[in-house]
Write a protein of this length. Structure first.
Ligand SMILES: [Zn+2]
Length: 474
């Protein structure tokens, strides 16, 4: 995904689109999953609405059918072009082949690294036909840096270094690590600013929470798609990866299964046995789900969105989508476990989440405690600092899942890769750091998690431990 977005930006960075570039654009949009996701669409829609950009009318026609008539899959793209006597720029068989494998070839080829210090190094690489010699001297302005990189996104350089890193002997790796860290820092700083803007918008739209049952961060299409997923095709994965028998997959992505195993083994054993053992975990590929769904609903008007994981309130089932990177998988595993932990505890405190999401669910005393704390956080003018991640702002249940995941992940040094998604969400700075910052800025939220941890470890009566009079969150 990251690489695709980077490639799209590179192709669309000037108003000229040559035939060669159009072929690349077409390949990029469908590569890896055969579907144009929300993220990809958002990258090229503003550009497509500016018709002067197209030198040849056919380009415009092709993309118009895809983007503006809501035909998001490779199959519907090919079919809609045929209706007006057009064909894709690439051969259909090639596009089909590309759609089933990730687009690794969009990484830069690192040719030479001269490392002196984290803020003083030279990097020589080849990206497509561009040759870049980047002399870095500690700059932090991303626009200025990307200009020096001939408009190649810094994320691409990061990902390419991570890939290059894997091929090196240990003594060489030592030089790459500080460079990767420095690049991650620059990207993270940039995202911090974006995060602030997004947060300002969110806080302006957020009313104090009154209806505790109101919760939905998926639009109807996302929900329909999740409902249409057939989990019965999944098989246990324990044989190959040593995961417990409640892990299932219907398409093995070894890197993601490895990440889940490492994370699963690293979390406290009481969490595994008391929360995890009650859950069936499924890994699926979201891109494939999207493609199947939109092929069956070709005139669906809602753009396909990216979903990382899902938990049903009334079922002990967690689905983790495996088209992302390892750190995102680790975070998703803990985030979704956080939802289950929340429902299980709240059901013991007068809540009733055991009914389907179409039926009215009753929040119990624990849900009310978390919701009250979540609302209180917004009363602070510097509220952004209080939330451990941007996603924690979504609603009180996702707030709990985020503090749950950061609480546990912040104690672990997981040897996992992270790409664009992780950088974008700031994980590149490390879960440990995110936890440290959150502990300081949201001490009451942290105290609540400490209490949860102690309860899940040692037991006790939740009605007393989490009673409002024993938990002053205000
Ligand atoms: Zn969630």
């Amino acid at each position: 995904m990251a690489i695709l977005i980077g490639k799209l930006r590179q192709l669309l960075d000037d108003p000229l689109l040559t035939h060669r570039e159009f072929k690349k654009l077409e390949q990029t949009l469908f590569e890896g999953d055969g579907v144009i996701t929300t993220l990809e669409r958002d990258e090229f829609i503003p550009w497509i609405l500016w018709p002067q950009a197209f030198q040849v009318l056919n380009f415009y026609d092709r993309l118009r059918f895809t983007a503006l008539q809501n035909r998001f899959t490779l199959e519907t793209y090919v079919a809609s072009l045929a209706e007006v006597g057009l064909r894709p720029a690439n051969s259909v068989s090639k596009l089909m082949k590309w759609s089933t494998r990730p687009g690794k070839d969009y990484l830069a080829q690192i040719k030479k690294v001269d490392y002196r210090s984290p803020t003083d190094f030279d990097l020589k690489f080849k990206y497509g036909c561009r040759k870049v010699f980047w002399k870095y001297h500690g700059e932090t302005d991303i626009e200025q840096i990307e200009l020096a990189l001939k408009n190649i996104p810094l994320e691409i350089v990061y990902l390419s270094l991570a890939e290059y890193d894997e091929t090196l002997p240990p003594e060489e790796k030592i030089k790459i690590d500080p460079i990767k860290k420095q690049i991650a820092k620059i990207i993270y700083l940039q995202d911090g600013e974006i995060e602030n803007e997004a947060f300002q918008e969110t806080i302006e739209e957020t009313e104090p929470l009154e209806d505790l049952t109101e919760y939905d961060n998926l639009d109807e299409t996302g929900d329909d798609m999740l409902k249409s997923i057939d989990l019965s095709l999944s098989k246990p994965v324990n044989s190959t990866f040593g995961l417990p028998s409640n892990f299932f997959t219907n398409q093995e992505n070894p890197k993601i299964l490895e990440a889940l195993k490492i994370t699963w083994d690293a979390i406290p054993s009481y969490l595994r046995s008391k929360v995890g053992s009650q859950i069936n975990f499924y890994t699926l590929n979201w891109g494939q789900q999207l493609r199947g769904y939109y092929n069956n609903h070709p005139w669906d008007n809602n753009p396909p969105q990216v979903i990382l994981g899902s938990t049903k309130t009334n079922k002990n089932e967690i689905v983790i989508f495996d088209d992302y990177d390892q750190l995102t998988a680790a975070h998703t595993l803990l985030h979704e476990m956080g939802h289950r932990a929340f429902f299980n505890l709240d059901n013991q405190m007068g809540g009733n989440w055991n009914v389907s999401e179409d039926t009215e669910q009753t929040p119990g005393a624990f849900a009310k405690l978390v919701a009250q704390h979540y609302v209180n956080l917004f009363t602070d003018p510097e509220a952004i600092l209080k939330f451990p991640t941007r996603y924690a702002i979504t609603d009180y249940r996702d707030y709990f899942s985020e503090i749950f995941s950061i609480y546990y992940l912040g104690d672990l040094d997981l040897p996992l890769d992270g790409g664009y998604v992780t950088l974008h969400q700031g994980y590149a700075n490390g879960f440990r750091k995110i936890k440290a910052r959150w502990m300081q800025n949201d001490p009451k939220g942290y105290a609540l998690m400490q209490k949860y941890d102690s309860w899940i470890k040692n037991g006790g009566d939740p009605k007393i431990i989490f009673a409002p009079e024993n938990n002053r969150v205000a």
